[in-house]
Ligand binder design. Structure first.
Ligand SMILES: [Zn+2]
Ligand SMILES: [Zn+2]
Length: 691
């Protein structure tokens, strides 16, 4: 498929951090090179129209390129045609991109004459380029690139000639501060995109168009799947019956799959005491993403105990203060007999009081915090608690706890987006506990499960991002367990390699407790979604003091894998809506069958009702269109709602104990015996066929 080419490149680009050094710039992919070169051509064209334009930075981005320009004229999309015409001339001229290396002084001299990012010398200096030169570290090569009259300060690389730019288009213009700093002047950021061929460019815009049509927010509303209501709150989707039907099917799939793979289901609460999340380390590290706590009332006894403790702590503080004052006085009388002995005595006393105060303070904290509750943001602490509830032996492992757990996370309101970024989510979660030598087979089995799901949903393109730690950030961003990091990362890498899975390694992006794998999938129209995660955890089991008795009768700490192949219902259904464009396969279809009668004679309606009962008796989601409309109106409505299968029933069908089958997107399939159609439908659902 034609999207594949640039989709791959987008990903490669996202793998890299903002590139700054020449070494990093040299890693620019072919398409990035092409797009960045188009930015030079854009600047050339703008200068032909507005010679006074001053340029700042013009890098490639995810979907194209931009160039930041300072210009009194406000560029609008109305100007694009004119600019594009100039760009086409520059491409047609097929100028080579010539590289020139210059000394710092030469570069500065050109900049002062306004000759950088310009077609000729100008009255005003190339101010942004001069600033950029100032910031180039000493010793680094400074290079200029020339195409035609245009000379720019740039590290490169570029394509060979302007004529190599196959197809381009300007897309939008926005404002941006120089270097992203509000203190700096505001610039105009002109965006565009470019491809090797016109076909790729056309395909790209066709994909954007198709994406708009398939937008899960649009289809979610039209197909009555979910709503977001202001009274309930932003980021808190409610599922209409059609959405709930999809959820039920996904849960059924997950439960069957997990059961067969030896998982056990558990259930946890939606709130828990603060101390659970202190234990897990989510507090304070994850606090920003959690809803603020609820402080419940203390009971009478605790209230009294708490107040007594507070009084005693205050008294202790007074006593400690008095002793401190005495000690500092004694210190001033150094050398006076007895003072040394007395001071030692006082210091011991002070230490004792301090220790007492500490004990009391923590007692008080326990009382207060035991009445502070948080809404669950992740299931792991609950599952770890369930693991710890019973003594475990190596014979019990691996232990696999699964739950479609409800979680709430406090996403910033600016980040909320349809079903993709929400504040309440139900996760296809499970935690697997194992001995180190079980890791490989468990991890393989998890990957296998991912791949089977991809096959089932027709996800042909996916990528696993394997995020590892940065040894320089041990103890800060990552728990300080250098050996465990190395060991688990090696194990994970080996499994990924040997299983031939499509993955890339991304340093410095692991979770704080272990390496992590994020799964990105592409819908059929080539849009990318981050849908699932898989994490290796060696830190939380330790924090929770999880143990198992090993063969040698010694207590050991299990490894844990967190996995959620189907992600959250919210994100996964958002993905599926776009992936299928709302045309769900029969097994997943919110309304699997709709019965449409031609006319409303009583015996025809009886036949329709009997057919409905039979379908429902087999758990098929079926409805009868109750309206008295003409058959064409009924069909049109069912097609609009993307009902999978329609039974059109007329008098002749009834007499032959048949139904005329119509499938959404396929049209009329003709009359068939009712029993045959019924068997077909049940088989398709049972096998979860892709159509
Ligand atoms: Zn350049
Ligand atoms: Zn977890």
């Amino acid at each position: 498929m034609s999207f594949v080419f640039f989709v791959v490149n987008f990903t490669a680009q996202q793998m890299q951090e903002e590139r700054k050094t020449p070494e990093m710039r040299a890693q620019m992919t072919d398409i990035e090179r092409l797009r960045h070169s188009t930015a030079h051509v854009l600047a050339t064209a703008i200068l032909k129209i507005w010679p006074e334009a001053q340029f700042a930075a013009g890098p490639p981005v995810d979907t194209g390129f931009y160039y930041d320009v300072d210009l009194p004229h406000r560029i609008s999309p109305d100007d694009f045609e004119r600019i594009e015409a100039e760009m086409k001339k520059e491409i047609k001229a097929n100028h080579p991109f010539e590289r020139m290396e210059v000394s710092r002084d030469e570069a500065l001299a050109l900049g002062k004459k306004g000759r950088l990012a310009a077609l000729n010398e100008r009255n005003a200096p190339s101010k942004f380029k001069l600033d950029i030169i100032e910031n180039i570290p000493p010793g680094e090569t400074i290079s200029l690139y020339r195409n035609g009259d245009f000379i720019d300060l740039c590290a490169g690389p570029h394509v060979m000639r302007t004529g190599n730019i196959g197809a381009f288009k300007l897309t939008s213009v926005a404002s941006a501060y120089y270097k992203g700093d509000e203190e700096n002047p505001q610039l105009q950021r002109v965006y565009g995109t470019a491809f090797k061929t016109k076909k790729e460019l056309d395909d790209y815009f066709a994909m954007l168009e198709e994406g708009k049509k398939r937008d899960h927010r649009k289809l979610g509303k039209e197909l009555e799947i979910y709503i977001i209501d202001e009274d309930v709150g932003p980021g808190l989707p409610l599922w209409l019956p059609r959405g709930a039907a999809i959820i039920e099917e996904l849960e059924k799939l997950a439960k069957e799959t997990e059961f067969a793979a030896g998982y056990q289901r558990v259930r946890s609460t939606n709130i828990a005491r603060e101390r659970l999340y202190l234990k897990s380390g989510h507090l304070p590290y994850y606090k920003e993403s959690m809803f603020p706590p609820m402080q419940l009332k203390l009971d009478v006894e605790e209230e009294a105990r708490g107040m007594a403790l507070q009084r005693r702590i205050a008294k202790n503080q007074e006593r400690a203060k008095a002793i401190q004052e005495k000690i500092s006085k004694l210190e001033q009388q150094r050398g006076v007999p007895f003072s040394a002995m007395e001071m030692a005595k006082d210091k011991a006393e002070a230490a004792k009081i301090e220790a007492e105060a500490r004990t009391m303070a923590s007692e008080l904290a326990v009382i207060l915090s035991s009445h502070r509750y948080y809404v669950k943001a992740m299931n792991c602490p609950h599952h770890h608690t369930l693991y710890a509830a019973l003594p475990r032996s190596y014979r019990d492992l691996p232990l696999r706890f699964a739950e479609y757990g409800f979680c709430h996370r406090y996403e910033q309101s600016g980040e909320l987006f349809g079903l993709m970024r929400v504040r309440s989510m139900q996760m296809n979660d499970a935690h697997l506990y194992m001995t180190p030598d079980q890791f490989e087979s468990e991890f393989n089995a998890v990957n296998e499960m991912y791949l089977n799901y991809f096959k089932l949903f027709g996800i042909e393109k996916y990528l696993m991002r394997f995020s590892t730690h940065d040894p320089a950030k041990l103890g800060q961003k990552f728990v300080h367990e250098p050996e465990l990091w190395k060991k688990t990362e090696d194990m994970t890498r080996n499994v990924l390699k040997s299983s031939g899975i499509n993955y890339v390694e991304v340093p410095n992006e692991a979770a704080f407790y272990g390496p992590k794998i994020d799964v990105q999938a592409w819908s059929v129209i080539g849009r990318e979604f981050s849908i699932a995660t898989n994490q290796v955890d060696f830190a939380q089991p330790r924090r929770f003091d999880l143990r198992y008795k090993d063969r040698d009768n010694v207590d050991k700490i299990p490894l844990c894998i967190h996995r959620a192949p189907l992600g959250t219902h919210e994100r996964f259904i958002g993905f599926l809506i776009e992936h299928y464009a709302g045309n769900f396969p029969l097994w997943l279809s919110p309304e699997q069958v709709r019965i449409l009668t031609i006319g409303d004679e009583p015996n025809l309606l009886d036949y329709a009702r009997a057919t409905l009962d039979e379908l429902r008796g087999h758990q098929v989601r079926a409805e009868i269109d109750p309206s008295t409309d003409k058959i064409n109106g009924k069909i049109q409505r069912a097609e609009q709602m993307k009902v999978h299968t329609m039974f059109v029933i007329g008098k002749r069908d009834m007499e032959a104990n048949a139904v005329s089958v119509r499938v959404h997107g396929k049209g009329n399939l003709g009359a068939k015996p009712r029993s045959e159609v019924m068997a077909d439908i049940l088989q398709s659902i049972k096998e979860r066929r892709s159509e």
